[in-house]
Design a binder for this molecule. Sequence first.
Ligand SMILES: C[S@@+](CC[C@H](N)C(=O)[O-])C[C@H]1O[C@@H](n2cnc3c(N)ncnc32)[C@H](O)[C@@H]1O
Length: 263
Amino acid sequence: MPRLLGFILALISFSFGIGFSLGIIYLAQLNQWPRVPIWVLALLSGVVSMLITWRLLPAWWRPVLLILPLAALFSLSINSWWWLFAAILLLAFQWNAIFTRIPLYRSDAMVAEVLMAYMQRDGQKSLLDLGCGDGRLLWRMAKAQPESQFVGIESAPMLYLIARWRCRNQPNCRIEFGDFWPRSWADFDVVFAFLSPEPMLPVWRKRLRESGEGAVLVSLAFLVPGIEPSELLPAQQFDMYLYRADYHAVVGQIIADASKLAT
Ligand SMILES: C[S@@+](CC[C@H](N)C(=O)[O-])C[C@H]1O[C@@H](n2cnc3c(N)ncnc32)[C@H](O)[C@@H]1O
């Protein structure tokens, strides 16, 4: 279902839920029923709007619609300065997500283990983390592998500051602020990405342009569309896909040779 349509449906059912509760208030006044607490009415609105869209919207909308009226009611009792504070905090952490549509989601310890094992196996000495978040992944690897170099680029200001602080005592871990797209990634043996499906093809293209046959990319969770990974590195959280330009050269050669044999 298109996102906008889902949103409109949710809004309509939300309005029905509120209307239902207002109707009850009206009937209560008319018939002099005992007063129902406002939070019960808010909860009732949530239940009604959730039930209306039960089969129409994806399941994750149900808890959202259920608690929305209660949350709206609760928000009225909060000093409005808190909202401003919360908005500033959110922007400081993730303002870039408005443009990049890539929020922070951290890799776990297993990802670091698998990445390090891969680097050691293939003799890779440096790694660039595209969007390093709070730097925890890099810090873990830099601590465990002091002979290798780890660099992260992060465009969310607070996350950049946290990552810098975290890596302050780790000389083989460097954190840079800004957008990773205009920078060169050519100096790194491995480029690691945990982003979203959208940028994966441009990421691989840039990697190929800059590093040619030596290009290596490890992507956590997201495939490069239309490109076969040379290897799957299983991690607990998600699978990791290893892309190696030389693998494609080899596969291409095998296919070319096979087609020569066939003629
Ligand atoms: C899913 S998190 C991954 C964090 C970290 N790499 C990890 O694996 O734990 C993606 C991060 O990329 C950052 N990001 C997204 N687009 C970016 C860009 N163009 N330049 C720099 N950072 C970016 C986001 O702010 C977010 O912190």
